[in-house]
Design a protein. Structure first.
Length: 285
């Protein structure tokens, strides 16, 4: 006889939770490999609420979980998973329905999530539960980034921080009608303070910024970038050139870029190519 219990994540051991998530996602299309520290950084950056996230236990053993992030009247499922032995038995749907009910009581009006476009089973599951595809998100890479150079002009760089970049990103989003996804919203850049490298760039007397990090011995990544004029292609080139000079990276990546955001077109023009496509899906409550 089973004894199912729902536990709020804030009341559970983070060490045991991280171990559970890594185990569950080891065979997923997009695996997760968190440490407690990287989980805490991800949670802060993406506004994950441990008080609004849940573990489902069966006879005391965790069999599934859902991580919810909240921003005003919006929520995002940061991650959700079920242990292999319980898949296909209805647990995932119970987890999702419990989360929907809880978020509805918190006056949340819509829920977002991302799912790999090739994971047809997951796409069908979310569609069955009321989620609809909003747009495509592209994880992209640039091979041999040392070949990219800025097009003359006057470029200067100042190492900065999230408190300086945040109002710039917010201003550019409003003025240029950018369409960032959750992880690239200005508030995410602010909350990620200390995790990435923030750089102010001046291109021919125009102020801009880019946010980047190093992911391996010969690889780096770009988080976001912007400029007052909206000429993002120039900032992409500046960010690539600067990052290569700082790290010697042979490959530069950027995760989950929305196809309807100007950043995607700028990346394509510079030579970035898609290596993973995800659907951003939304459900109204």
């Amino acid at each position: 006889m089973s004894d199912e219990k729902i536990v709020v994540l804030s009341e559970y051991s983070l060490i045991d939770f991280v171990e559970l998530v890594n185990k569950i996602f080891s065979d997923y299309v997009v695996p997760i490999d968190w440490s407690v520290l990287t989980f805490k950084m991800d949670a802060r950056e993406n506004s994950v609420s441990l008080n609004d996230s849940f573990l489902f236990l069966n006879n005391g053993e965790p069999h599934g979980f859902i991580l919810n992030a909240l921003r005003r009247n919006r929520a995002r499922i940061d991650a959700m998973g079920v242990v292999e032995s319980e898949r296909g038995k209805g647990l995932a749907e119970r987890i999702l329905k419990h989360s929907h009910y809880h978020l509805k009581m918190k006056n949340i009006e819509e829920i977002l999530l991302e799912v790999a476009s090739i994971d047809e089973r997951a796409v069908r599951f979310y569609d069955k539960n009321g989620y609809r595809i909003v747009r495509n998100l592209h994880t992209m890479i640039l091979d041999n980034p040392e070949r990219i150079a800025t097009d003359g002009g006057n470029y200067s760089y100042i190492v900065s921080d999230s408190k300086v970049v945040y109002p710039m990103a917010l201003n550019f989003e409003i003025q240029q009608q950018r369409h960032p996804n959750w992880q690239r919203e200005p508030i995410s850049l602010l909350l990620a303070n200390g995790r990435y490298n923030y750089v102010r760039v001046n291109i021919n007397s125009e102020e801009g910024y880019f946010v980047w990090g190093k992911s391996g011995k010969e690889s780096a990544f770009i988080v976001d970038l912007g400029i007052m004029s909206g000429a993002l292609e120039n900032v992409v080139k500046a960010a690539v050139e600067y990052t290569v000079a700082q790290t010697g990276a042979k490959l530069i990546s950027i995760v989950a870029v929305p196809e309807n955001d100007a950043l995607y077109e700028a990346l394509c023009k510079v030579g970035f190519r898609t290596v993973l496509s995800q659907y951003e899906m939304c459900r109204k409550l």
